[in-house]
Design a protein around this ligand. Structure first.
Ligand code: SF4
Length: 330
């Protein structure tokens, strides 16, 4: 709720703060049990920072994070330890995220050993079961990461994540470093595991074709804010925010029988700096619909259709054009 992460910029001998990178600036969203919510947007939009905040790898500068009704925002490291079992992260880089000097048994067994929840014999058995669960062999227990392909390494990362049977998994671009031919296998594995263990995923991604396949709901981020959030069908078929419309205009239509007559929208300019983001609507410097009000007044994230929220003064695909400052549409 109202989650914020500003990274201070310091200069000079005294390291005085001269500004801040507003990486995440006031996000409010919920993730329902068993669903997959994807966070999408161009690089620098704050999606990875959001994932790291949710898993408490970094501390927020504002707002709260609630897991199963419990505020975990400011839990100490020791109070957080049992909660760590519930919320885990899969990292993007299957090459860099596994310690090359550790065996697979040591890597996947680490969460058990850290949490001291099993005997050494129990750890070995549990790791071998996890290896089978992710499509690897128990024989791989004593091997090292360099002996595996990228897809297999990501499976090892997933097995490590699953060790403590988490409720929520934040997956940061879990397939983007893999060959396209391997991506589908890993995505399918994650879906199977979700069904088997009732997992909740927060998926961080930029490939909108993959997102369409895996998500129940999608949140589109721009410069540290949510621009639009909706269920998958609603977002892909009736996008309301001009930024979403532009992103989707570049995504191929999967149905080859339908002619793709859509106009490709090329956004002008680069994403502005998050150190000094534009006033009003943060997207106004690149939006083809921008008007004077967009430069001065930030549009609230308002529910414009059931379960479909967008932050825009002049949304697309809706007849609801009047938005009051409390965030409700008329
Ligand atoms: Fe574009 Fe204005 Fe909507 Fe922002 S509020 S997306 S600038 S139309």
């Amino acid at each position: 709720t109202d989650l914020q992460k500003h990274f201070p910029i310091r200069r000079g001998l005294l390291q005085r703060q001269v500004g801040a990178v507003q990486a995440v600036d006031g996000l409010t969203f919920t993730v329902k049990r068993g669903e997959t919510l994807s966070l999408v947007g161009e690089s620098g939009c704050g999606k990875t920072t959001t994932g790291r905040l949710l898993t408490r790898l970094i501390e927020p500068t504002g707002g709260t994070i609630t897991l199963d009704g419990r505020d975990i925002t400011h839990l100490s490291a020791s109070a957080m330890r049992p909660m760590r079992r519930d919320i885990q992260m899969i990292f993007q880089d299957p090459y860099g995220s596994l310690n090359p000097r550790h065996t697979v048994g040591a890597i996947i067994g680490a969460p058990f050993r850290l949490q001291k929840v099993k005997t050494e014999h129990g750890v070995k058995r549990a790791v071998q079961e996890l290896l089978e669960l992710v499509g690897l062999s128990p024989e791989h227990y004593n091997r090292y990461p360099h002996e595996f392909s990228g897809g297999q390494r990501q499976r090892i990362g997933i097995a490590r994540t699953l060790a403590l049977r988490p409720k929520v998994i934040v997956a940061d671009e879990p397939v983007s470093a893999l060959d396209v031919s391997i991506q589908a296998q890993v995505v399918n594995l994650m879906e199977d595991l979700q069904n088997e263990f009732d997992l909740t995923y927060v998926m961080i991604a930029h490939d909108l074709s993959v997102v369409r396949h895996v998500s129940d709901r999608v949140a589109v981020m721009y410069l540290g804010k949510i621009m639009e959030i909706a269920d998958r069908t609603s977002l892909y078929e009736r996008p309301m925010h001009p930024y979403t419309v532009a992103l989707l205009s570049a995504v191929p239509i999967p149905d080859t029988n339908r002619r793709d007559n859509r106009e490709r929208i090329r956004l002008s300019g680069d994403v502005p700096s998050p150190i000094n983001p534009p006033s009003g609507c943060r997207f106004h410097t690149r939006c083809w619909k921008a008007q004077e009000v967009c430069k001065t007044t930030e549009p609230p994230l308002a529910e414009l259709a059931p379960g479909h929220q967008a932050a825009c003064h002049f949304p697309e695909n809706t007849t609801k054009l009047t938005i009051d400052p409390t965030g409700s549409a008329a």
